[in-house]
Design a binder for this molecule. Structure first.
Ligand code: ATP
Ligand code: MG
Length: 420
């Protein structure tokens, strides 16, 4: 892709309304556009990141046997009355119809998935089963803030699993827990698993996954030496005290909740009358677990944990493009033609080799602007072609996350890029 044709070019000035790094950088770099408080459009570069996050999630969940489906965002009120959450969930958007009926705009999907599964599961042979979807969710948040971290409309991956026994549920719960750590790792985040409350989902504890960053809303009491961590909302321990798990020192850290997993027991399967016949021919209620990842929030959390004062530093697997190719202008006509020729040749070769390349081909921007934009947008590799680099018969290569750059000879560029 060439920047000259890009819909949303980076802006020179930071948006004044931005309260967090992700809001400032995603807006300024042209990844998202705010339509109203808590509601965003995803622009070409931002959507590429979101799609990468979703691809990683799909790969990892498909690998543990979950099947992708897509449920409606418009949910039947009756189901919410059956679960008892129509009046119990304050963030529920209720949509009136011209016929006088009402619907729920899905904030989560237990009310749809449970009867759906009930229509297919009849015998122990149909279990276990796990389905997931990646979908837009709606929540009437009182305060939508912190860029894409807290929206009224946001992306979520929600996975639901159904089991014949508690043992089997716990087995799968553990598998998904590890899968989540892998997903976040591939997105560049070393997520912290945190014991938390079950919210409106279950009376039991749940496990939250947090990106540790000062931008986080949640207070977490975490051990400095071992994985022990509790959300301060439910913590049985205090910061400064000894870790009950290893004796290390507990400290207070801030986290962004990027995922949350719950053992729901029979809370939903019972009220929706889901049943299966076990091996002895006895009717039983299946056990259920649910597993959420906030996909759009995750993109925001990646920015919060991967930026510097100049811009975003995308982890490789989620970056919108791998290479940011920059061609600088020269006042010398012959040199200008040489720069154009070399850069378009590189662009062609990179594309032919399936390398994801983004070319700043603008002829009306200064070198300073182009370099500032490359840092703001944050692709992993910057390749610069200028009169100076061509005097050395090469291009300047610099990793976004590193200080040093070096010259790569023109004939070695493709080999250098295919190294890793
Ligand atoms: P929070 O405590 O931050 O309001 P939650 O605990 O209510 O979130 P869950 O019901 O656990 O959220 O939803 C699953 C995941 O969806 C969360 O872990 C989070 O990553 C994401 N999520 C929830 N609410 C929002 C929101 N308003 N905007 C963006 N992502 C959200
Ligand atoms: Mg939660």
């Amino acid at each position: 892709m060439k920047i000259s044709g890009l819909l949303s070019k980076p802006s020179k000035t930071a948006p004044h309304e931005a309260d967090t790094a992700n809001a400032k950088l995603l807006l300024q770099a042209g990844f998202v556009r705010q339509e109203m408080a808590g509601v965003y459009s995803w622009l070409p570069l931002g959507l590429r990141v979101l799609n990468n996050v979703q691809r990683i999630i799909r790969e990892e969940l498909d690998a543990v046997g979950a099947q992708e489906i897509l449920m409606p965002a418009l949910e039947p009120k009756e189901n919410w009355e059956i679960s008892g959450r129509w009046n119990a969930m304050d963030v529920l958007f209720k949509v009136p119809s011209q016929t006088g009926r009402e619907y729920a705009l899905g904030p989560t999907h237990e009310e749809v998935v449970t009867p759906l599964i009930g229509s297919f599961v009849h015998s122990y042979k149909d279990l276990p089963v796990a389905v997931y979807q990646i979908q837009t969710k709606f929540r009437d948040e009182l305060r939508a803030k912190s860029g894409v971290l807290r929206g009224r409309e946001f992306g979520m991956k929600d996975l639901y699993s159904f089991h014949a026994t508690q043992e089997d549920l716990e087995r799968y719960y553990e598998i998904v827990k590890q899968t989540y750590l892998r997903i976040f790792k591939r997105c560049g985040i070393d997520a912290k698993i945190v014991e938390a409350s079950g919210g409106s989902f279950t009376k039991k504890f749940s496990h939250e996954f947090h990106a540790i960053t000062p931008a986080g809303e949640d207070d977490i009491i975490a051990c400095a030496d071992c994985p022990f961590a509790q959300n301060a909302e439910i913590a049985t321990v205090k910061s400064g005290a000894k870790c009950p798990s290893c004796g290390g020192k507990l400290q207070n850290v801030k986290g962004v909740e990027i995922g949350n997993i719950f053992d729901l027991g029979t809370k939903f399967t019972e009220v929706f009358k889901v049943a299966f016949t076990d091996e002895q021919g006895v009717r039983q209620t299946p056990l259920m677990a649910c597993f959420g990842i906030g996909t759009t929030r995750l993109v925001g959390a990646i920015v919060e944990t991967h930026h510097d004062e100049r811009g975003i530093i995308w982890p490789e697997e989620v970056a919108p493009f791998y290479i940011h190719l920059v061609s600088l202008q020269s006042k010398d006509q012959a040199m200008q033609e040489r720069i154009a020729e070399v850069t378009s040749g590189l662009y062609r070769d990179m594309q032919a080799n399936r390398l994801q390349v983004f070319w700043d081909d603008r002829t009306d921007s200064s070198a300073g602007e182009k370099l500032a934009d490359a840092d703001l947008i944050g692709m992993p590799v910057r390749m610069l072609v200028s009169a100076k680099t061509l005097e050395q018969d090469g291009v300047e290569m610099k990793m976004r996350g590193e200080q040093d750059s070096h010259i790569v000879r023109l004939e070695d560029v493709m080999e250098e890029l295919s190294k890793d």
